[in-house]
Write a protein that binds this ligand. Structure first.
Ligand code: SF4
Length: 258
């Protein structure tokens, strides 16, 4: 078997300025889900020559975590913020599972965001610790996944997973985003996702597409220029109002993600 490459890193538990998070923990570099709208390559300009990038685990990530956590005050850890923690490589390596056990033992609450039902594998660890799991579901339609999230599990499997986690007593939320005008902002899209949040007892967060330069380049490469211009110039506040109204009707707690 070929030797696996590991990405070098100095620290693995980083202080966070994201709302609701004290720390972030990102065990992988790159993401096998390869979403077209991902802005991670924009955040780390020059690091990823192509997207999707080759995925690597960080070198000695669990040893570093054990050492850093001993010197850190307990706080909420976002897992993870620049990769999907339950991307395909995690099924082989199980780093997130071990990290959860470390956080649990040290009394650090966790907030997980994923697109993968692989999160269910760790239900036994998540039980009995302070944890919430959010699933990104930008659309319930498989065609949207095929076009924008080619490496990610299908939305139906995400829905089933969020229902199972919620029924098991884990706090759950759905991230409806990125909203891309003309692709996942119809009344049917909105109703379907708000109803999914209501059925699974999840909070709903939502956000429009963030058209950073590399995201724009990738989108322009797969659609006519007129589509891109309409996405870029659309006033997303009308969609937000519809989401909020439907959430009020169904008693779903909701807010913009940022
Ligand atoms: S799952 Fe998240 S981190 Fe991974 S490619 Fe998609 S948007 Fe980027």
């Amino acid at each position: 078997m070929a030797a696996r490459a590991y990405a070098k890193c100095k620290t693995v538990l980083s202080r966070s300025r994201l709302p609701g998070l004290d720390y972030t923990f990102n065990p992988y570099v790159g993401c096998g889900h390869g979403c077209l709208y991902c802005y991670v390559p924009d955040l780390f300009r020059g690091k990823f020559a192509r997207w999707p990038a080759k995925v690597e685990a960080k070198d000695g990530v669990l040893e570093k975590l054990r050492s850093e956590i001993r010197k850190s005050k307990p706080g909420v850890v976002g897992i993870s913020t620049s990769t999907d923690p339950y991307q395909p490589l995690e099924a082989d390596l199980g780093i997130v599972r071990e990290a959860l056990e470390i956080f649990k033992g040290a009394g650090f609450p966790v907030s997980i965001q994923t697109k993968s039902p692989l999160a269910l594998r760790d239900l036994d660890v998540l039980r009995g610790m302070e944890a919430e799991v959010g699933f990104t579901i930008a659309s319930l339609r498989g065609e949207f996944r095929d076009m924008f999230e080619p490496g990610a599990p299908d939305p139906a499997s995400r829905l089933r997973a969020i229902g199972q986690l919620s029924r098991a007593g884990i706090k759950t939320w759905i991230f409806y985003g990125p909203i891309i005008h003309g692709f996942n902002d119809s009344d049917d899209d909105i109703n379907g996702i708000v109803e999914a949040a209501a059925t699974s007892g999840s909070r709903l967060l939502y956000d429009r597409i963030n058209l950073k330069p590399l995201v724009s380049l990738r989108l322009r490469s797969v659609m006519p220029g007129s589509y891109f211009e309409s996405i870029a110039t659309f006033d997303y506040r009308s969609v937000y109002r519809k989401i909020q109204a439907r959430c009020r009707e169904l008693g779903v707690s909701s807010s913009p993600a940022f």
